[in-house]
Design a protein around this ligand. Structure first.
Ligand SMILES: NC(=O)c1ccc[n+]([C@@H]2O[C@H](COP(=O)([O-])OP(=O)(O)OC[C@H]3O[C@@H](n4cnc5c(N)ncnc54)[C@H](O)[C@@H]3O)[C@@H](O)[C@H]2O)c1
Length: 387
């Protein structure tokens, strides 16, 4: 029996996102019928014992203790980057130069210039590239996009989006890599804000200008790390400085005339993953909340008076994007399936020699908004997004 071409994946990093991506590679051929199939070929970490343990647990065939070695290997076709942000550019550019396809976690880079260098590398070498903005791939968000593109909401006036968490509120939660600018490039804005910026670009359009404010509530923390479940582990009696924002809010104007408000915070008590948006158009509105990610709330002004109101659509029908490949209607999907769906799209791109969106060009546009928000907060004024 002829088997499908296998895309041999080499994944750098293996913790929170490493788990999500590993699961996705395993499940894609189970639920979908891609022209090429991922093979869990090798992971790279730094510590041999934990890298080997992670490879065994997640079903990878081999491991390396230096990502450069992974890139040198001839039996690797795709490099997947699930490491802290200060490593993305070096790994992605080396992978592209070696002719490997690249799948990179968000935010793409530490700065707009770095993101542009990454885009230049993948364009120069012609490899397939994508950035992991997985929330686009919830069937409900895909369906929202379809309704907007079909004009069911008419002209869009507003987007208000939040991504709110509360795991950082303990002032003794340790100084993890996400809180050090030299490793993360930015704080809550570039971690959580990047996701709602991507949803805005996907659903509403390109940003024209932004005005933001940023705040760091807790300025020093004990040194340490955290678990995959966002629980802090203090590792020293020394303290260090927090060099990124704990919370960021910004106003935005889009090129199409819509306006928006955006809020990203890790200090919003009771919000575990409050990734939510509402979009208002001339003919209707939609609302989505990641904590109930199957449901899309839709209001259509064309409904008969008396019956008007937000309806709740459980986006698990065959007519909803991606949903038909899973279970019968009403049998809900979860967080992990957003990754399965994006990896399916990635496999399609590799099979066809294209770079499906969101790709590194989206990563650059996202980074331009992140950088503009930061500049506007410093300057206390509006900043236009460069072309
Ligand atoms: N798409 C999403 O929803 C989402 C969610 C969380 C994180 N992320 C992004 O994923 C990336 C990783 O985040 P995470 O939460 O998985 O982090 P993590 O801290 O859980 O894991 C980071 C991994 O990178 C490894 N690592 C660190 N430095 C390395 C180096 N120099 N060489 C090799 N390996 C190295 C660590 O050992 C670990 O395995 C970040 O860019 C983050 O912004 C995306």
């Amino acid at each position: 029996m002829a088997s499908k071409k296998q895309i041999r994946v080499g994944m750098v990093g293996y913790r929170l996102m490493g788990r999500a991506h590993s699961h996705a590679y395993r499940d894609v051929p189970f639920y979908f019928n891609p022209d090429v199939e991922p093979r869990l070929q090798a992971i790279a970490g730094r510590d041999e014992e934990s890298t080997k343990a992670a490879a065994d647990k997640m079903g990878w065939e081999s491991w390396e203790t230096d990502w450069r070695r992974l890139i040198e290997r001839e039996d690797i076709d795709l490099i997947d980057i699930v490491t802290p942000n200060n490593t993305h550019a070096d790994i992605a550019i080396a992978a592209a130069d070696a002719g490997k396809h690249v799948f990179c976690e968000k935010p793409l880079a530490m700065s707009l210039n770095e993101a542009k260098r990454m885009l230049e590398a993948v364009n120069r070498t012609g490899v397939t590239h994508m950035i992991c903005h997985n929330y686009r791939f919830s069937p409900a968000v895909q369906y929202a996009k379809k309704l907007i593109d079909e004009g069911r909401l008419g002209k869009i006036y507003h987007m208000r989006a939040t991504f709110l968490q509360d795991w950082l509120m303990d002032p003794e939660f340790p100084l993890i890599w996400r809180l050090k600018k030299e490793v993360s490039g930015g704080g809550t804005l570039s971690d959580l804000g990047a996701h709602i910026i991507d949803l805005a670009r996907f659903l509403v359009g390109e940003f024209h200008e932004v005005a933001g404010m940023m705040e760091t509530f807790v300025k020093k923390r004990p040194l340490g790390t955290m678990t995959n479940n966002l629980k802090g582990q203090i590792q020293s009696d020394q303290w260090g400085e927090v060099t990124v924002d704990d919370a960021t809010m910004f106003l935005a104007r889009f090129h199409n005339g819509a306006i928006g408000t955006f809020e990203a915070s890790r200090f919003s008590r009771g919000n575990r993953a409050g990734n939510r948006f509402e979009i208002n158009g001339e003919k209707g509105s939609i609302r989505w909340d990641m904590e109930n990610l199957n449901n899309l709330h839709v209001y259509l002004e064309e409904d008969e008076p008396g019956l008007q109101g937000f309806r709740t659509i459980n986006c698990t029908e065959e007519s909803h994007p991606f949903a038909g490949s899973y279970w019968p209607a009403g049998h809900i999907l979860g967080y992990e399936h957003t990754f399965v769906n994006i990896v399916f799209r990635l496999m399609d791109g590799i099979a066809q020699g294209t770079s499906p969106e969101p790709n590194f060009a989206d990563g650059v546009k996202n980074q331009a908004v992140l950088e503009a928000v930061e500049q506007s907060a410093e300057k206390r004024g509006w900043i236009e997004i460069p072309d």
